[in-house]
Design a protein around this ligand. Sequence first.
Ligand code: A3P
Length: 327
Amino acid sequence: MDLKERPLNVRGDKISEETKSLISSLPSDADGQGKKLCKYQGCWYYYNTLQGVLNFHRGFQPQDTDIILASFPKSGTTWLKALTVALLERSKHRSSDDHPLLSDNPHGIVPFLEIDVYIESSSPDLSKFSSFPRLFSTHMPLHTMQETLKDSSPCKIVYMCRYAKDTLISWWFFVCAMHKIELDKSILEYIHKSFCSGAIYYGPFWEHVLSYWRGSLEDPNHVLFMRYEEMKAEPRDQIKRLADFLGCSFTKEEEDNGFVEEILDLCSLRNLSCLEVNKTRRINNVDHKDYFRKWEVGDWKNYLTPEMENKIDMIIQEKLQGSGLKL
Ligand code: A3P
């Protein structure tokens, strides 16, 4: 199946002349749809996303209380967004019908800096973020974001990391769902090839993960490294870890009153995917329902051939060597 036959309905590209000129000097490639990618500061972007990154660089004014949720695509971003919203909103909206997660998808509540907020302009209207802390998200690697944050902002960054092979399989399902096509092995092969070469949207995967891993070791008070698999295996401990990092630890009374379990239940894939808002609505041309699938660790075993598995394992092992990180 050639995805070029089914072009995705992407938002209009507003690429400035300056950005076009920059792009002409950058390494380039294309994805399975033939949509062009360019490599900026070591990371592969679609042209309109790069414009969003540059707009962000130009216009973002960090505030000390900002919280930025970061991830490689398909690593559990939706879950991290839901958990953080639920944590921050827990006293205001406990058991109430007006909880933001009941009326909007986590991606609508916590927009991406470079894909949503700054996609069209370096001076977007931020009035909707008037309450504090402001909550944003990003798929940019840490070094690119830090260029804007510099040392001036002690804002907090939370990174969600996931095993490479599960991320890849989740990507495959997502691409097929977005294009409304049957699962197709030739698309998996293409994604696998791009994933391994590194030339995939926001890739290379290993550079992305390492940027936040190293950042979390260098500055643990400002960069928290979380793992999808740990979140699944020990949800109570991990949500408390997240709350501690964000400076909104659970009180003993809250714990005794079941706040932790309530938040985990509210943000569970089972619960979120059953909400009307996530069954019927869309954001950025993506059906909300496509953000929710299986919540499984090791699903790759059902789809990758031994050759595909070995290739990823070898690359990841080589790239992460000496970092102390295992994926
Ligand atoms: P699978 O496709 O392996 O099921 P992202 O949010 O970064 O796009 O990642 C999508 C992955 O996170 C999908 O994985 C999806 O099912 C899973 N996911 C989405 N919401 C979740 C939630 N509330 N809890 C656990 N996993 C969730």
